[in-house]
Write a protein that binds this ligand. Structure first.
Ligand code: BGC
Length: 333
């Protein structure tokens, strides 16, 4: 394990490595900064988008590589009722609250514990009332590199009933950069949740139509180039896909680099987001990051679940432990 201090107070960059992988993470936002692998042509590829400085992670939205919390995705109108009491959380995305509010976990500096050469645990105490959420929440987010698998383990406990839905917002591109359309995607899902013009999920699930159906692997461009109304309203893919199978529910493959990424998770679904709102801003090494230049595979519970299910798994009861994980395996195909 190597680590170095960055230009922001109390913020460090940690390197998890083994023979074939170098993973850089930081305690700022518990963020995945870079994942360097050797591709099918023996080139070194960084398969996640990001910025050159931690200041840029603090300055911009977009949540590149960051941990999302307390609650990933949207809460309708920034309000919810829990145990008969109404709570208000910051409205920071149209009429809704997105990714934990204005100062969600993506913008917090976590504590850290290094565990051997290939594991680091980030921890945070989010005080009662943080971004409007009840309960003092103790959170830990552990990155572990094992062979060609990077796993993220989320744990949390609260001293009062609260809401939690933790995810990661890495923007993957298995060619390092360029449009994502030629990447091939497979998602073991038959249903998804449509979204409105503000990205808020509808209450009813829908069976996947032809364009959005990735149950057999196909190039992402086939969806992005279609005139499917669910894709048009979201400006691309930006939808929760509910898994029909637990094993390898998502695979992403680039014929160009020959790399394949496989997602596994304890969560029941993933928000599949084709970076529709990247706006040409400057990324690593001065390269511009354009819309649909990457894909986020955000495993989580259903967005806005508190308004869908009175027994939502996003309700964390006082004293109980929230315990979920997601892993990404990279390999040559
Ligand atoms: C959401 C998008 C949002 C993006 C912000 C994604 O998780 O699904 O709607 O624009 O995060 O980077």
């Amino acid at each position: 394990m190597e680590y170095r201090k960055t230009e922001k107070d109390g913020v460090y960059v940690f390197l998890l490595k083994n023979e074939s992988n170098q993973v850089y993470v930081t305690n700022y936002g518990a963020t995945l900064l870079s994942w360097l692998v050797i591709d099918g042509h023996n080139n070194l590829q960084d398969i996640v988008l990001g910025y050159d400085t931690i200041e840029d992670y603090a300055r911009y939205d977009g949540y590149l590589g960051a941990c999302l919390g307390r609650v990933a995705n949207r809460i309708a109108e920034g309000r919810f009722v829990l145990d008969g009491q109404e709570y208000k959380v910051p409205v920071n995305n149209g009429p809704n609250s997105l990714h934990g509010g204005v100062q969600g976990f993506s913008y917090k500096t976590f504590g850290y514990d290094m565990i051997g050469d290939s594991c680091v645990r980030f921890s945070l105490v989010s005080p009662d009332g943080d971004q409007g959420y009840p309960g003092t929440l103790h959170v830990s987010i552990t990155y572990r590199l094992e062979n060609d698998t990077l796993s993220i383990h989320y744990q949390a406990q609260s001293d009062a009933d609260t809401l939690v839905n933790l995810s990661n917002h890495a923007y993957f591109n298995l060619d390092g950069a360029c449009a994502i359309g030629e990447h091939c995607l497979r998602i073991a899902a038959e249903k998804f949740a449509p979204v409105d013009e503000n990205g808020l999920v509808s209450k009813e699930l829908k069976v996947l139509g032809e364009a959005m159906d990735f149950s057999s692997e196909k190039p992402i461009r086939e969806a992005l180039g279609s005139n499917d109304s669910d894709i048009a309203i979201a400006k691309g893919l930006d939808h929760p896909y509910v898994f029909a199978s637990k094993k390898d529910p998502v695979t992403l493959y680039s014929p160009k680099s020959g790399l394949e990424l496989v997602l596994n998770t304890s969560y029941p679904l993933a928000q599949i987001y084709t970076a529709n709102y990247l706006d040409g801003r400057c990324g690593k090494h001065g390269v511009q990051m354009e819309a649909q230049g990457a894909i986020c595979l955000e495993a989580q519970y259903m967005p806005d679940d508190i308004h869908r299910d009175p027994h939502s798994k996003t309700i964390l009861r006082k004293g109980e432990t929230y315990d979920e994980w997601t892993s990404f395996t990279i390999r040559k195909r």
